[in-house]
Write a protein that binds this ligand. Structure first.
Ligand code: AHM
Ligand code: MG
Length: 342
């Protein structure tokens, strides 16, 4: 007996009306973002190829024996994982070769790298990144991510390298890649937030959501509660209130995974000041600022305690900041506890 063959288009991306790759998305964006020479698109394309390479390396890490520590510390005094260095090299190579990239700055490098050969040009860009955020999750096959921030070169800086020291409000694009069960890129170029999933069969990021909006509320908080005793009083008072009001706790220990869940499901993500880290643990320029831009573009709020993260004028590449971000009403609720405790 002949089995009948169903030739209907299978469900999944092919069932949708439009199939838009990250590349074609950037062609669409070109009309809105002033991007002479398509430099921004080329930078996003370098981030995309880096994400594909890093994603492939991560999937094979246990087989290729590249898990674990390198035995070194980075400039922040943190243990470097082998994959931190691999991911950093991939991004440096892919981005360093792009025309119009003037400065690269990474969590894994002490100083910004000025790309030789690119003249100081107001159309040039600075790209800042955390190559592999949450890398201590690697050994247990937990989610990790890459975070990036893109700024135009600031002609007023006396040294080209100082051009990276701009408030987050000046970012022209920001985003992250989450390496989880799928590899997901979330991107903003200043007009909303879009989400792409890597289709490994065809090697392309496919847009799966446009104009993402973070839920206005969400009864979930995400923070390292082990540090509770050393949080300032306002954060402790908020936790007492949240627990008395049926809130859930979710914490992956990787900012990209925790912010991604917060973006999609609502709630708040926090990294408060602690006695050990009075400015918090997270870095302003390549962790807090790009995440703040994403969250604000999705309709949420992002504060450093009570000040807007995107308004902070940075003074050092690796400076830290407290982080409180997520659903607008939830962030406002935490901020009230912080105000009251002052
Ligand atoms: P990393 O950039 O060295 O990986 O550190 C940043 C990570 C974030 O992903 C995460 O939110 C935070 O550190 C977790 O810190 P803790 O282990 O103190 O909760
Ligand atoms: Mg990090």
């Amino acid at each position: 007996m002949n089995a009948s063959v169903d030739l209907a288009v299978p469900t999944g991306i092919l069932a949708d009306a439009d199939i838009v790759t990250l590349q074609s998305h950037m062609l669409e964006e070109k009309r809105r973002v002033a991007d002479p020479g398509d430099t921004l698109s080329w930078i996003i394309s370098a981030l995309s190829i880096s994400a594909k390479i890093i994603s492939a390396q991560l999937r094979r890490a246990g087989l290729d024996n590249v898990l674990g520590s390198l035995g070194n510390q980075n400039v922040q005094g943190e243990d470097q994982q082998k994959l931190d260095v691999i991911a950093n090299n991939v991004l440096m190579r892919a981005l360093g070769a792009r025309e119009g990239v003037m400065v690269l700055a990474s969590e894994e490098a002490d100083e910004p790298v000025v790309i030789a050969g690119n003249r100081a040009d107001e159309r040039g860009y600075c790209v800042l990144f955390d190559p592999l955020d949450g890398s201590s999750n690697l050994d247990v096959c937990g989610g990790v991510g890459t975070i990036f921030s893109i700024l135009r070169h600031d002609r007023r800086s006396t040294r080209i390298a100082d051009s990276v020291l701009q408030p987050g409000a000046r970012q022209v694009a920001a985003g992250y890649v989450l390496y989880g069960p799928s590899t997901v890129m979330v991107l903003t170029t200043g007009a909303g937030v879009d989400m792409f999933v890597l289709d490994t069969a065809i090697g392309a990021f496919i847009r799966i959501a446009r104009g993402l909006r973070i839920p206005e509320t969400g009864a979930t908080y995400s923070l390292n509660e082990g540090n509770r005793a050393s949080f300032p009083a306002g954060y402790r008072a908020y936790l007492d209130w949240a627990q008395a009001n049926g809130y859930s706790s979710r914490y992956a220990g990787a900012m990209v995974a925790d912010v991604h869940r917060t973006l999609l499901k609502g709630g708040v993500f926090l990294y408060p000041p602690t006695q050990k880290a009075p400015q918090g643990k997270l870095r302003l320029l390549y962790e807090a600022s790009p995440m703040a831009m994403i969250i604000e573009q999705a309709g949420g709020q992002a504060l450093a305690g009570t000040q807007r993260i995107l308004d902070i004028q940075p003074t050092a590449l690796h400076q830290r900041t407290p982080v409180l971000l997520g659903s607008s009403a939830e962030v406002a609720g935490v901020a009230e506890f912080l105000d009251r405790a002052d």
